[in-house]
Design a protein around this ligand. Sequence first.
Ligand SMILES: CCCCCCCC/C=C\CCCCCCCC(=O)SCCNC(=O)CCNC(=O)[C@H](O)C(C)(C)COP(=O)(O)OP(=O)(O)OC[C@H]1O[C@@H](n2cnc3c(N)ncnc32)[C@H](O)[C@@H]1OP(=O)(O)O
Length: 240
Amino acid sequence: MLRSCTAGLRSLWALRGRREGAARLSADLQPARRLFSTEKAVHKDWALPNPSWSKDLKLLFDQFMKKCEDGSWERLPSCKHTCTYKSEDFKTYFLDPQLVEGEGLSQAQLFTRGFEDGLGFEYVIFNNNDEKRTVCLFQGGPYLQGIPGFLHGGAIATMIDVAFGSCAAISGGAVMTANLNINFKRPVPLCSVLVIHSQLDKLEGRKLFVSCNVRSVDEKTLYSEATGLFIKLDPKKSST
Ligand SMILES: CCCCCCCC/C=C\CCCCCCCC(=O)SCCNC(=O)CCNC(=O)[C@H](O)C(C)(C)COP(=O)(O)OP(=O)(O)OC[C@H]1O[C@@H](n2cnc3c(N)ncnc32)[C@H](O)[C@@H]1OP(=O)(O)O
């Protein structure tokens, strides 16, 4: 079931014009930290198989878990309510203390994890840190329909953005999407499994250029190709 979102949450990341000084932030963020820390109680990892996962998705998951055994790949855990992975910079520099007053962040959750099992985004991301690439295994559920029987392009774009974000974060840490370009080449049947291969192509100062292809499980069908630009957040800039 889709959950409701407060007006405050909608502006969560649109905070560049309202940044506070670092000293003031560290004092004012105390309520925010309390909110985040209470969420540790529900620290479930959603990037693990559940009964809605198809045979294909489970099979691929097992294959990649095997690749993790020698340390070359790692599975990224995924939490619904709070980010634990390299997200401290976001909290430190981008969280508006005003947002956490009242109901604020208590209802915040990751967009892609806001659906009941199997209805929305079912996915897991594996990182290869040495090769600076990721593989995202994604099953798009019935609530992500666009054209009848097919996945909504926005859902594909969302998943590409998430996969890119993880790939860019390998080298960039706290990054944000600046640009996404997607070529949708074939419609994706609803509830099918997609494999998104992302890689870092170029690192230029704070700019991380990434690209990906989105394929069927057997790799025979190329559904989409995309490129993206991510910017490593600059703490000096963001605290002025
Ligand atoms: C991704 C997270 C990964 C880490 C976190 C791990 C947690 C994991 C947990 C859970 C996974 C969840 C994953 C979610 C993934 C979703 C991500 C999103 O949806 S992000 C929301 C949408 N994006 C925005 O709202 C940005 C809005 N834009 C901005 O805030 C700024 O424009 C920003 C930060 C992108 C850049 O601003 P400046 O002030 O820091 O930097 P300036 O000086 O403007 O640009 C730096 C360089 O980049 C170029 N640049 C900037 N934007 C460009 C653009 N659109 N196209 C081309 N070049 C651009 C500039 O020309 C400049 O280049 P020159 O250094 O001069 O060569």
